[in-house]
Design a protein around this ligand. Structure first.
Ligand SMILES: Cc1cc2nc3c(=O)[nH]c(=O)nc-3n(C[C@H](O)[C@H](O)[C@H](O)COP(=O)(O)OP(=O)(O)OC[C@H]3O[C@@H](n4cnc5c(N)ncnc54)[C@H](O)[C@@H]3O)c2cc1C
Length: 481
């Protein structure tokens, strides 16, 4: 009987998995996951993502075990592991979903080249996008660099229906699996880092069931408020699907199909649902951009930004990372990130703008911090979003659009609810001053128990001065270009 090795990657699910479905149709299946840190160069998985990965692999392993199989876990070079498992099992095919990270194509080619002509069939299937990079093209056949026409063109293409979970004849285990605990994926298992993931299991439910639960809960009601509510960080009006999508516990096709169904049962929510789907479109767009420019995680898309006069103060970077800038909306966001592995999108934009413009710290520093701290850290969305905010990306916000952290706080967190949740030392401040405590009369600050410079920092930079500094820095590259 034919035996296929299915290499699980960022597709940790059984439903809507074309590679698994095809493998199941041809015979028995050996499911394998390889933690290949060397393949990604400087972008090996960050700490928060490792926590999620462990939970997700446990979940996938349980589901496979319920069907009588065993998920093989290995660390090391993907190709070496596959050669080893293939020679032990005699498998005559290796199937996997395509990955779109800049380093993935090399791994996929190496697998293909190694086994071609050896009687082992290697097949790559569409992975975790609605449309493969290169399939949404301009009239002249090139990739889009601007989101709106990209999404308009994408909406004209059909989206295939998601596949059901196949009935799989899991192969008897021929090879030993590594112990997941030995991978030290949890912060508390690695003595070098603090256990900052404490309590995350109460907030998140990694795995395929958790992903579907999150989608259903979102489509049940919150999606109705998505258009306006998605900018209110104190409210739960977004899906929080990003870590599930990042690990492929749910596919965008599944999200798409469920959202279309919801439009039929709640037609009055159509425009909110379409707005939500357009955000899924941003994820697609980021992958299409990184396909066009694979240096996106490391280099500015717009060349002129290579000569930007960054200040890169270590002290400012530390204050930003630890949520101690003295700007409450920024500090609340950075603390939400540290405590939950997540940050609301509106606040991501505010903190990114603050780092790159008010503090003139290179966007790469922010990108790297997010890479380590975000559960949804995604090479394309993270790089493109940082460059979008910094002004150096494709279809980016113009550099001179500098978010005012006080006005942003007042607009999107008018009651100060979000700030007070993550900066409890400001909880007693009247809402009028919660986004600018230094403007409150001394009596007000004192009676709220706030001691600026003691239990909450003074602003590390003055907004107006920093704004002007950013504009001046921008002039340097404008003149040079
Ligand atoms: C500086 C910065 C860094 C970011 N880094 C990441 C990252 O590493 N990983 C990541 O998934 N998203 C990133 N984003 C995009 C966005 O903030 C998150 O996708 C979103 O907050 C996730 O929350 P949600 O699932 O509730 O989103 P929803 O609003 O419910 O959106 C649904 C899905 O659409 C996708 N999406 C939404 N907004 C965007 C966007 N702007 N760009 C790309 N995809 C989007 C996500 O997959 C998300 O789960 C970043 C944004 C900024 C400004």
């Amino acid at each position: 009987m034919s035996t296929t090795i299915v290499l699980f990657r960022q597709d940790l699910r059984l439903h809507d998995h074309p590679a698994l479905t095809a493998a199941a149709q041809r015979g028995s299946v050996i499911p394998v996951f390889v933690l290949d840190d060397m393949a990604c160069g400087d972008w090996s998985m960050g700490g928060a993502s490792r926590w999620w990965l462990k939970q997700s692999l446990l979940s996938l392993g349980r589901t496979i075990a319920q069907g009588g199989g065993k998920l093989l876990l290995r660390r090391g070079d993907t190709l070496t592991v596959l050669k080893d498992i293939q020679s032990q099992s005699g498998a005559d095919a290796i199937y996997f979903s395509r990955q779109y990270q800049p380093w993935s194509a090399g791994t996929e080619k190496a697998i293909n080249d190694t086994f071609s002509g050896s009687g082992v069939e290697v097949k790559r299937y569409p992975g975790t996008l609605l449309h493969e990079p290169g399939s949404v093209l301009t009239g002249s056949g090139t990739g889009f660099k601007v989101f709106t026409p990209f999404w308009r063109a994408a909406l004209k293409l059909p989206v295939a229906m998601p596949l059901p979970s196949p009935t799989v004849n899991w192969a008897d285990s021929i090879s030993s699996s590594e112990d997941l605990d030995a991978w030290l994926l949890d912060p508390e298992e690695d003595s070098r880092v603090p256990d900052w993931a404490k309590g995350w299991e109460n907030i998140w439910k990694p795995g395929e069931d958790g992903a579907h639960g999150a989608l259903e809960a979102f489509l049940e009601a919150p999606v109705a408020h998505y258009s306006e509510g998605r900018d209110i960080p104190a409210r739960r009006y977004t899906s929080r699907l990003s870590p599930h999508l990042k690990f492929g516990e749910i596919s965008p096709r599944q999200v798409w199909a469920s959202a279309q169904q919801r439009k039929l049962s709640a037609p009055e929510w159509t425009s909110a649902i379409d707005k939500f789907l357009a955000e899924i479109g941003w994820r697609e767009f980021c992958y299409q951009l990184i396909d066009l420019f694979d240096a996106m995680p490391d280099r500015p898309f717009k060349d002129q930004f290579a000569g930007f006069p960054w200040d890169n103060s270590e002290a400012h970077l530390k204050a930003w990372q630890s949520g101690m800038t003295g700007y409450p909306i920024v500090d609340a966001g950075m603390r939400e990130l540290w405590q939950t592995g997540f940050m609301h999108n509106r606040v991501r934009m505010i903190v990114a703008s603050f780092l790159t413009k008010h503090l003139l710290v290179h966007w790469l520093e922010g990108e790297r911090w997010f890479w380590d701290c975000l559960l949804d850290a995604d090479i394309a969305s993270n790089a493109c979003s940082w460059q979008w905010v910094a002004g150096s990306g494709a279809d980016a916000a113009p550099y001179f659009r500098i978010f005012n952290p006080i006005a942003q706080g007042q607009k999107f967190d008018p009651e100060g609810e979000y700030v007070k949740r993550w900066c409890p030392e400001l909880a007693e401040l009247p809402k009028k001053f919660v986004h600018a405590p230094w403007e409150a009369p001394p009596m007000t600050v004192a009676s709220a128990g706030v001691e600026l410079g003691k239990n909450y920092p003074e602003p590390i930079v003055d907004h107006k001065t920093a704004r002007q500094g950013a504009l001046d820095a921008y002039e340097v590259i404008k003149k040079a270009s």
